[in-house]
Write a protein that binds this ligand. Sequence first.
Ligand SMILES: Cc1cc2nc3c(=O)[nH]c(=O)nc-3n(C[C@H](O)[C@H](O)[C@H](O)COP(=O)(O)O)c2cc1C
Length: 362
Amino acid sequence: MSISDLFKPLTLLHGPAMRNRFMLAPLTNQQSERDGTASEFDQAWIGQLSQGGYALIQTCATTVEAGGIAFDRQMGIHCEGHLPGLSRMAAAIRRGGGLSAVQLHHAGHRANPLLGGVPAPASGDTLPGVHALSTQQVERIRDSFIAAARRAELAGFDGVAVHGAFGWILSEFMSPHLNDRTDKYGGSVANRARLTLEVIEGIRRACGPDFQIGWRLSIERYGLRLEELREVTAEILDRELIDYLDLALWDSAQRVREGPFQGKTMLSVFTDLPRKGVRVGAAGKIMSAQRASQLLDEGCDFVLIGRAGILVRDFPLRVHADPMYDSPKLPVPAQYLRAGGLSERFINHMRGWPYFVEPGSA
Ligand SMILES: Cc1cc2nc3c(=O)[nH]c(=O)nc-3n(C[C@H](O)[C@H](O)[C@H](O)COP(=O)(O)O)c2cc1C
């Protein structure tokens, strides 16, 4: 396919179509107020992105419960007080012509007590001295995801993206390594996937017919098993429970190292599944126009832009203007990011990522 295919609209099962194939990946940037309220810096970042040509912009991982927090200055959607700031963001994205989604997050066993987090492990063996969540507590967290989705809808977002990646609570429950429960949320694959499915189905029931649901999945680490995740994904696609699947790969070209799919690209293990009306996209080192367009050839309906979207706020527009567009080489000096409009809070967050900000640059 050619670069122009990246600019063809893409219908979703619910609500308005994506105007092109570019989605901003969820990007934590630690610049909210300490109670989770969106700050002026959050508004400025979203304001810049809203003019960047994206079809859909996901927010950073946003807490569905105060106790589910993982990061200092993480944005929240767990109380009514968060609504005004979120509404402003949703309105800015809509004015720019894009769709919007709040990424719904609970850190599970990795909730940070120093920030008011309450570690919530699936298993009593994960953290010394911390009991596994009771069945009722699991159901409360499920309901918090659903209540948060309702708040996103009230705030004017087009949808939510359910964070099922990176060992956070939904991926924790999916893992046979981190989940040894004997209730309905543990044991078989179907039971370990139950929390994810109940969250998604609960959101579908609680929100309006145009509300869009994305689901983010990562495959590696945390004891996750590729074949099991494929099985769960196949069901979610077959039942059309979501509007889009976001495959969180760190490298969209990576290959499976062992097992029945050894040698195949990780992406193809999922793009080969029948997807009915659900759209499938991937993240992972998509830094150039050419790579983005290759991914359509590899079976993606859309691409998620992460780090390339921090380097410039208007990656889709740059690709539109130049089919050979390539991101600046990493690492970049802090001043490059500052001049582009990133706040000091965001830049400091990025100093924690390897090979992004030039070490020692002021
Ligand atoms: C600064 C930064 C913050 C991130 N925050 C989140 C997040 O809040 N939620 C999430 O699911 N992934 C998060 N990720 C992962 C990205 O969404 C993306 O999947 C990953 O960076 C790979 O894409 P890239 O190579 O284009 O950066 C983050 C990545 C970076 C670099």
